[in-house]
Design a protein around this ligand. Structure first.
Ligand SMILES: NC(=O)c1ccc[n+]([C@@H]2O[C@H](COP(=O)([O-])OP(=O)(O)OC[C@H]3O[C@@H](n4cnc5c(N)ncnc54)[C@H](OP(=O)(O)O)[C@@H]3O)[C@@H](O)[C@H]2O)c1
Length: 146
Protein backbone atom coordinates (compact mmCIF):
# COMPACT_ATOMS: atom_id res chain seq x y z
CA UNK A 1 0.00 0.00 0.00
CA UNK A 2 1.28 3.46 -0.98
CA UNK A 3 0.35 6.60 0.94
CA UNK A 4 0.85 9.99 -0.71
CA UNK A 5 1.02 12.84 1.80
CA UNK A 6 0.14 16.37 0.75
CA UNK A 7 -2.32 14.97 -1.78
CA UNK A 8 -4.31 18.22 -1.71
CA UNK A 9 -1.43 20.35 -3.03
CA UNK A 10 -0.48 21.05 -6.62
CA UNK A 11 2.28 18.45 -6.77
CA UNK A 12 0.39 15.97 -4.61
CA UNK A 13 -2.62 16.07 -6.94
CA UNK A 14 -0.37 15.39 -9.93
CA UNK A 15 1.33 12.47 -8.16
CA UNK A 16 -2.04 11.04 -7.13
CA UNK A 17 -3.31 11.37 -10.70
CA UNK A 18 -0.30 9.58 -12.13
CA UNK A 19 -0.64 6.75 -9.60
CA UNK A 20 -4.35 6.41 -10.35
CA UNK A 21 -3.44 5.69 -13.96
CA UNK A 22 -1.09 2.86 -13.00
CA UNK A 23 -3.09 -0.40 -13.03
CA UNK A 24 -0.48 -2.13 -10.85
CA UNK A 25 -0.94 0.29 -7.97
CA UNK A 26 -4.37 1.82 -8.59
CA UNK A 27 -6.13 -0.03 -5.77
CA UNK A 28 -3.24 0.31 -3.40
CA UNK A 29 -2.99 4.08 -3.02
CA UNK A 30 -4.13 6.11 -0.01
CA UNK A 31 -4.34 9.88 -0.41
CA UNK A 32 -3.29 11.76 2.71
CA UNK A 33 -4.17 15.42 3.17
CA UNK A 34 -4.92 17.88 5.98
CA UNK A 35 -8.37 18.43 4.51
CA UNK A 36 -9.92 15.20 3.17
CA UNK A 37 -12.73 15.85 0.72
CA UNK A 38 -13.96 12.30 0.19
CA UNK A 39 -14.00 8.90 1.86
CA UNK A 40 -11.06 7.93 -0.36
CA UNK A 41 -8.86 10.49 1.40
CA UNK A 42 -7.33 10.21 4.86
CA UNK A 43 -6.45 13.08 7.16
CA UNK A 44 -2.67 13.37 7.41
CA UNK A 45 -1.28 16.50 9.10
CA UNK A 46 2.36 16.44 10.11
CA UNK A 47 1.53 19.00 12.83
CA UNK A 48 -0.92 16.57 14.44
CA UNK A 49 0.66 13.31 15.68
CA UNK A 50 -2.78 11.71 16.09
CA UNK A 51 -3.19 11.81 12.29
CA UNK A 52 0.08 10.00 11.60
CA UNK A 53 -0.82 6.31 11.85
CA UNK A 54 0.88 4.66 8.88
CA UNK A 55 0.03 1.10 9.89
CA UNK A 56 -0.19 -1.13 6.80
CA UNK A 57 1.61 1.38 4.57
CA UNK A 58 4.54 -0.07 2.64
CA UNK A 59 5.68 3.09 0.82
CA UNK A 60 5.22 6.68 1.96
CA UNK A 61 5.48 9.36 -0.73
CA UNK A 62 6.41 12.32 1.46
CA UNK A 63 5.58 15.54 -0.37
CA UNK A 64 7.61 18.23 1.37
CA UNK A 65 5.48 20.45 3.61
CA UNK A 66 7.16 23.77 2.93
CA UNK A 67 6.23 27.43 3.37
CA UNK A 68 7.21 27.68 7.03
CA UNK A 69 10.19 28.58 9.17
CA UNK A 70 12.94 25.98 8.91
CA UNK A 71 12.31 24.62 12.41
CA UNK A 72 8.60 24.18 11.62
CA UNK A 73 9.22 22.35 8.34
CA UNK A 74 11.94 20.21 9.90
CA UNK A 75 9.63 19.25 12.79
CA UNK A 76 6.92 18.27 10.27
CA UNK A 77 9.24 16.07 8.26
CA UNK A 78 10.75 14.54 11.40
CA UNK A 79 7.26 13.70 12.66
CA UNK A 80 6.34 12.05 9.35
CA UNK A 81 9.53 10.02 9.16
CA UNK A 82 9.31 9.05 12.83
CA UNK A 83 5.74 7.84 12.32
CA UNK A 84 6.87 5.86 9.27
CA UNK A 85 9.61 4.20 11.30
CA UNK A 86 7.20 3.38 14.10
CA UNK A 87 4.62 1.85 11.75
CA UNK A 88 7.14 -0.33 9.91
CA UNK A 89 6.91 1.52 6.60
CA UNK A 90 9.56 0.05 4.31
CA UNK A 91 10.31 2.84 1.86
CA UNK A 92 10.01 6.64 1.93
CA UNK A 93 10.10 8.67 -1.28
CA UNK A 94 10.88 12.31 -0.47
CA UNK A 95 10.46 15.28 -2.82
CA UNK A 96 13.59 17.32 -2.18
CA UNK A 97 15.37 20.13 -4.00
CA UNK A 98 17.94 20.09 -6.78
CA UNK A 99 21.59 20.36 -5.75
CA UNK A 100 21.70 23.57 -7.77
CA UNK A 101 19.34 25.06 -5.16
CA UNK A 102 21.75 24.85 -2.24
CA UNK A 103 21.90 28.65 -2.02
CA UNK A 104 18.11 28.99 -1.69
CA UNK A 105 16.71 29.77 1.77
CA UNK A 106 14.52 26.67 1.95
CA UNK A 107 17.35 24.28 1.02
CA UNK A 108 18.24 23.81 4.69
CA UNK A 109 15.07 21.91 5.58
CA UNK A 110 15.40 19.72 2.48
CA UNK A 111 19.01 18.82 3.27
CA UNK A 112 18.12 18.14 6.92
CA UNK A 113 15.34 15.79 5.79
CA UNK A 114 17.67 14.01 3.38
CA UNK A 115 20.15 13.37 6.24
CA UNK A 116 17.31 12.24 8.52
CA UNK A 117 16.30 9.61 5.94
CA UNK A 118 19.86 8.56 5.17
CA UNK A 119 20.48 8.01 8.90
CA UNK A 120 17.35 5.90 9.31
CA UNK A 121 16.80 2.19 8.73
CA UNK A 122 14.20 2.99 6.07
CA UNK A 123 14.74 2.44 2.37
CA UNK A 124 14.62 5.88 0.83
CA UNK A 125 14.42 7.61 -2.52
CA UNK A 126 15.30 11.29 -2.61
CA UNK A 127 13.91 13.15 -5.61
CA UNK A 128 16.01 16.26 -6.09
CA UNK A 129 13.38 18.20 -8.01
CA UNK A 130 14.15 21.42 -9.82
CA UNK A 131 12.15 24.57 -9.17
CA UNK A 132 8.52 24.17 -10.20
CA UNK A 133 7.41 26.29 -13.15
CA UNK A 134 4.39 27.59 -11.19
CA UNK A 135 6.71 28.76 -8.43
CA UNK A 136 8.90 30.66 -10.85
CA UNK A 137 5.84 32.20 -12.53
CA UNK A 138 4.56 33.27 -9.10
CA UNK A 139 7.69 35.12 -8.06
CA UNK A 140 8.01 36.74 -11.51
CA UNK A 141 4.40 38.00 -11.50
CA UNK A 142 3.67 41.67 -10.70
CA UNK A 143 2.79 42.38 -7.06
CA UNK A 144 -0.86 43.49 -7.29
CA UNK A 145 -0.80 44.84 -3.73
CA UNK A 146 2.10 47.26 -4.37
N1 LIG B 1 10.92 22.73 -6.10
C1 LIG B 1 10.18 23.85 -6.10
O1 LIG B 1 10.19 24.68 -7.02
C2 LIG B 1 9.29 24.16 -4.96
C3 LIG B 1 8.75 25.42 -4.92
C4 LIG B 1 7.89 25.69 -3.90
C5 LIG B 1 7.60 24.73 -2.96
N2 LIG B 1 8.18 23.53 -3.01
C6 LIG B 1 7.88 22.46 -2.04
O2 LIG B 1 7.10 21.50 -2.70
C7 LIG B 1 5.90 21.24 -1.94
C8 LIG B 1 4.79 20.93 -2.90
O3 LIG B 1 4.64 22.06 -3.76
P1 LIG B 1 3.20 22.47 -4.25
O4 LIG B 1 3.40 23.42 -5.35
O5 LIG B 1 2.36 21.24 -4.45
O6 LIG B 1 2.65 23.27 -2.95
P2 LIG B 1 1.14 23.68 -2.60
O7 LIG B 1 0.21 23.43 -3.74
O8 LIG B 1 1.19 25.05 -2.02
O9 LIG B 1 0.76 22.70 -1.44
C9 LIG B 1 1.38 22.76 -0.18
C10 LIG B 1 1.71 21.34 0.21
O10 LIG B 1 2.23 21.27 1.54
C11 LIG B 1 1.51 20.26 2.24
N3 LIG B 1 1.49 20.59 3.66
C12 LIG B 1 1.50 21.81 4.21
N4 LIG B 1 1.43 21.72 5.55
C13 LIG B 1 1.40 20.40 5.84
C14 LIG B 1 1.31 19.67 7.05
N5 LIG B 1 1.25 20.27 8.25
N6 LIG B 1 1.29 18.32 6.99
C15 LIG B 1 1.34 17.68 5.78
N7 LIG B 1 1.41 18.32 4.60
C16 LIG B 1 1.44 19.67 4.63
C17 LIG B 1 0.11 20.35 1.63
O11 LIG B 1 -0.63 19.18 1.89
P3 LIG B 1 -2.26 19.17 2.01
O12 LIG B 1 -2.76 20.53 1.61
O13 LIG B 1 -2.71 18.09 1.09
O14 LIG B 1 -2.54 18.82 3.43
C18 LIG B 1 0.46 20.48 0.16
O15 LIG B 1 0.84 19.26 -0.43
C19 LIG B 1 5.70 22.49 -1.09
O16 LIG B 1 5.01 22.18 0.09
C20 LIG B 1 7.13 22.94 -0.84
O17 LIG B 1 7.66 22.23 0.28
C21 LIG B 1 9.01 23.21 -4.00
Amino acid sequence: MILVSGAGGALGRLVAGELAGEPAVHDGVVLGTRTPRSAAERRVDFDDPSSLDFTGIDTLVLISAGYGEDDVVIARHDAAIGAAEQAGVRHVVYTSLSGDGDHLPYALAHRWTERRLQGSRLDWTILRNGLYAEFLAGIAAPDRTA
